[in-house]
Design a protein around this ligand. Structure first.
Ligand code: KIV
Ligand code: ZN
Length: 390
């Protein structure tokens, strides 16, 4: 069976940029957008044009710059937002307007003081209005994760009739369990008239640490677009991490799904976004964390030195990391020490290693991590002692 493509919709510059303190200027956004385009992203959500003159400018400039990806601008379901987004996107080679409205009972009652019927009307009107400007209109049903499935299906049906090409089903509050989110996508696939005319999209937040799992459950059940950010940046606990989705689909070939993202650029992309946003990546972050390919316990180090795959499911080069690292701590064993000595030009015999290992442990018990300079000092002391003794 041929593998099906999952479109990657990157929202680092919109949802990702909603992280407190992570504001980017237009110049920085252009640098990121250009690299996202080279990375193989299908859709770049460049911003929310009506939100500020700065965001409008960023979306306009990104529209001029991007060569391959579709460029998308977010709006609420009203004419002024849509007019502004259309204006900002006018130079884009492939423009997309992303419009939508809250559909959960909580949003309908407390945010809009409205009714289910009125929301359907407003949703369809917004899509129709956006279609005046562009062919490609994505509709988001905000808080779809907590929206009743039967009602959500009615909303989807109405916006498809109005011309929506993509249906975004956001788990805005990160509430859903993977099984539940997957079933929601399946339900829509099976119960929305005209669903074959639109692509279903997953947009999951990470409040319970389930954003990636939910997105994967979504694509397993028929969604063909995933909305995500580099390093999983985003509101509160963040969005689905792009690098995780790409590598899950790459590792699990039996899913028969793939993306066009060049995984070898993931590490540099992560570092660049982290630098520009001033937002450090947690060391144990999957795929791009500093420790993602680092081994420090003796048993693991011995296993990896004998055969990398003993404790690594991904070849680090596949995500642009040069090599796995063997970190020397008091938990490390002899084979890791010999490996690191060899790395700095010293082949040691078994007897030498026995001695050196005891010296190493004395230092490792006081220092958190032993670096190459420490190893050189240990070696010098060892040679000196041997010479004196000899
Ligand atoms: O989380 C969400 O619901 C959103 C929409 C605006 C798409 O970011
Ligand atoms: Zn979101």
């Amino acid at each position: 069976m041929n593998s099906e493509k999952i479109e990657i919709f990157d929202t680092t510059l919109r949802d990702g940029e909603q992280v407190p303190g992570c504001k980017l200027n237009t110049e920085q956004k252009l640098i990121i957008a250009e690299r996202l385009d080279e990375l193989g992203i299908d859709i770049i959500e460049a911003g929310f044009p009506i939100s500020s003159p700065g965001d409008f400018e960023s979306v306009s400039e990104i529209s001029k710059l991007v060569k391959n990806a579709k460029v998308c601008g977010l709006t609420r379901a009203n004419k002024k937002d849509i007019d502004t987004a259309a204006e900002a996107l006018k130079s884009a080679r492939k423009p997309r307007i992303h419009t939508g409205i809250g559909t959960s009972d909580s949003h309908i009652r407390y945010k809009f003081n409205s009714t289910r019927e009125d929301i359907i009307e407003r949703a369809a009107e917004a899509v129709k209005y956006a279609k005046k400007y562009v062919e490609d209109v994505e509709f988001y049903a905000e808080d779809a994760g907590r929206t009743d499935n039967a009602y959500l299906a009615q909303v989807c049906e109405a916006v498809i009739k109005a011309g929506a090409t993509v249906l975004n089903i956001p788990d805005t509050t990160g509430y859903c369990l993977p099984e539940e989110y997957g079933q929601k996508i399946k339900y829509l696939k099976e119960n929305v008239k005209g669903i074959e005319k639109a692509v279903l999209s997953c947009h999951c937040h990470n409040d319970l640490g389930l954003a990636t799992a939910n997105s994967i459950a979504g694509v397993i059940n028929g969604a063909r677009q995933v909305e995500c950010t580099i390093n999983g940046l985003g509101e509160r606990a963040g969005n689905t991490a792009l690098e995780e989705v790409v590598m899950i689909l790459k590792q699990h070939k039996n899913l028969n799904l793939h993306t066009d993202v060049n995984s070898r650029m993931l590490n540099e992309m992560s570092l660049m976004v982290s630098d520009l946003m001033g937002m450090a990546v947690q060391p144990n972050k999957a795929i791009v964390g500093a420790n993602a390919f680092a081994h420090s316990s003796g048993i693991h180090q011995d296993g990896v030195i004998k055969n990398r795959e003993t404790y690594e499911i991904i070849d680090p080069e596949e995500v642009g990391v040069n090599a796995s690292s063997i970190i020397l701590t008091a938990r490390s064993g002899r084979s890791a020490l010999a490996y690191r000595f060899k790395h700095i030009g010293h082949e040691v015999t078994k007897n030498e290693l026995d001695y050196l290992y005891l010296e190493f442990l004395k230092i490792a018990d006081v220092k958190k991590e032993i670096c190459n300079d420490d190893l050189r000092l240990i070696m010098e002391a060892f040679k000196l002692e041997n010479r004196v003794a000899g």
